[in-house]
Design a protein around this ligand. Sequence first.
Ligand code: ACO
Length: 396
Amino acid sequence: MWPLSFSGQGEIYHEGRVRAVVPPSRASKGLEDVVIGETRISYVGGATGELDYRGFDVRTLVPGVPYESIVHLLLWGEPPSEDPSPEVVRALGEARAPPATAERVADALPRETPPLEALRTILSSLGDGRAEYPPDLPQGFALIARTPVLLARFVRRSHGLAPVPPRTDLSHAANYLWMLTGEEPSAERMRALEGYLGLLADHGMNASTFALRVAISTQSDLVSAATAALATLKGPLHGGAPSRVSDMLDAIGSPETAEAWIAERLARHERLFGFGHRAYKTEDPRGVVLHRMARSVADPERFRLAEEVEKVALEALRRARPGARLYTNVEFYSAVVLEAVGLPRTLFTPTFAVARTVGWVAHALEQASDNRLLRPEVEYVGPPSGRTWPRPVDRV
Ligand code: ACO
């Protein structure tokens, strides 16, 4: 029989007597409010609903500033001399053609592999052991440029279609859509995708960026760290939410059924995707811009449904979790915008990764520029030391 019991008050009992008292926990569950370092890349104002890239409010950048110029700003800290950044256009164009080994990996994956899982393997294959720590800008541009190229190649193959070669005369966003469809995107779709990529490019110490910084802090290479970041982005509490928002809108079906559907879900203590955020206890500024973008690009009926679901969900969440300060997060209208861009749901989170790669690169460079191993502590709350193995141990 298990000889120890725990009182729940920190006391540990053995044979009816208190044997140890564990002091109150020092643990910060979820690392909430724990500051792990300094950054000059982006500022997240959770209480005020602000997001700045290098001092520029994203709401003043998107829509309008090309993604290449946002990449320039995030990587070099200053805006380019003109838009789109000539340096970034050149660097991404030169790095766009991936190595043949990575193409072979993309082509060898089973067709039915979901694109997110495929991208994780493909990203990993970009790390061939030649580009070691510390990360540098050429490695960063290669990662940013090749992620959508290889993803699109895999998606074409998985549909039994021949890959479309990348073009250097198209922007990052337009080339991604071109390689997926073999058609030049309309200006409207292109602008919507470009706005989405710009808004999602960086976001403080989010979970995937944290995973990347932990990996870089061990002096691991950029591709390995980005693979860790992508694995972290996958979860529905982080980047895996937008396809679930679309599923939720489908399941609700019409504005009239929203209230009952949401009430039932909350009664089962299930979460509503696209709501709540660890940092924002007010409106997510990216969500505000995406909402406006969705109004102009989405199918009007879909947009009306989304707005009604949002309204009903916010009211229901305020009733069900009065103290929680839950608002619409970036993923809610991301889903509506990405639908309007024409992407399938399986590409929502991979496209988030396409947007965030620049943030990961910027953070990898920043971490490496003043590195210290990220290695937190954990509080041990298991049985006290001094237990003996229940049978004789042969030590010879
Ligand atoms: N639906 C219902 N209840 C919610 C939601 C939600 N979307 N979000 C939070 N709550 C509730 C929690 O159940 C909790 O209530 P309880 O204390 O009664 O259990 C309370 O609000 C506080 O929630 P936490 O989990 O402590 O908040 P946390 O900061 O850890 O989580 C998170 C933030 C993970 C985003 C959460 O709000 C959530 O799960 N949202 C739904 C998934 C989602 O939209 N993910 C995308 C996030 S955006 C991004 O990462 C790019």
